[in-house]
Design a protein around this ligand. Sequence first.
Ligand code: 9MR
Length: 367
Amino acid sequence: MIKKITLSLAVAALAITAKAQDYTPLKQIIGDDFYIGVAINPNQVSGNEDTKTILHNFTTITAENAMKPAGIIQADGSYNFTDADKIVNFAKENGLKMRGHTLCWHASIPRNYMKNADGTDLTKEELYAKHEKYIKAVFEHFPSDVVIYWDVVNEALNDGENEGRYRERSEWYRICGPEFISWAFKTARKYAPANVKLYYNDYNLVDPVKREKCYLMLKELVDSGVPIDGVGMQAHWSMDVTPAQIEESINRFASLGLDVQITEFDLTVYNSIHPPKASERQIVKYTLPYDVVEKAQADAYASYFKVLHENRDKISSVIFWNVNDASSWLGRGFAIRGRLDYPLLFDRENKPKAPFFSIENYYKSLK
Ligand code: 9MR
């Protein structure tokens, strides 16, 4: 009797697994092209449907938030690795590699981290000393056989044609000037185990203006011997991004001898995730029904994977920014409050969507 119950439970468990993951894993579809990954949060490693989707499809993960300075450094200045460790342990147990995200980012610094008790700014030297202690602790804490890539500096560049190269309003820039970028890479290299590779990471790098700013910055770093291994193109794209634009950026960065990674891939079904004017916000405020944009999104994703596949010798990882349309920062109604988006390959029930199958069809067409 007990045997029978156990058996039927096992069959039921199998049935659930088969229902949820009854399709070819993405990692199998893309083969050895590059690591294929996903950004996750600690609530996605507990064995739920998201966990199953992660394990079925991906070979690498990024902590969406848990390994940012604001995710680790506490208000009193102490470090808390609890959330980060949940993700790193999950990766270790399941043989997944990780990208660390991120060591220096103006938008992820605990309030007052860069200030004295009286509200004045720390000096550059004080800030460097404080953050060197943090970078050292990070590299001592995380296992280098799991976390093999790190974003050292995130989003230090301005977007616009009429703006300077660097984001001057960042606290990092304000206190240290642009030299904080080379300081960060040198400091990371001082403590990172030799196998760990170091990246600059930013968005909009397929835009010709920002691509050129980034290229010039990277060239100066490389030419002056700063230890940088690669560049992360975040890839929060909309469907007006063309494959040619993507290819041009990959080639331009790779021409410096740098590795390229697609680090935060998602594809909004709206025109832009950051509509510049209030008037445009009104236009895009409603939520599109997915069937209206499904085909266009599927075609766009396939055309992007064609470019990535054709340039796979320059690319070591392609990573989606979370698992499905429910867990995505865009799907949660971030860009326009209350407006849903459908940016990823899996729907709100973790079922593969049309873009998933269009990528599969593209790879099948190569055989
Ligand atoms: O998706 C992340 C969101 O949950 C966080 O609230 C936000 C602030 O830490 O960061 C988001 O991720 C960003 C990433 O760290 C850097 N590039 C842009 C991403 C989307 O905003």
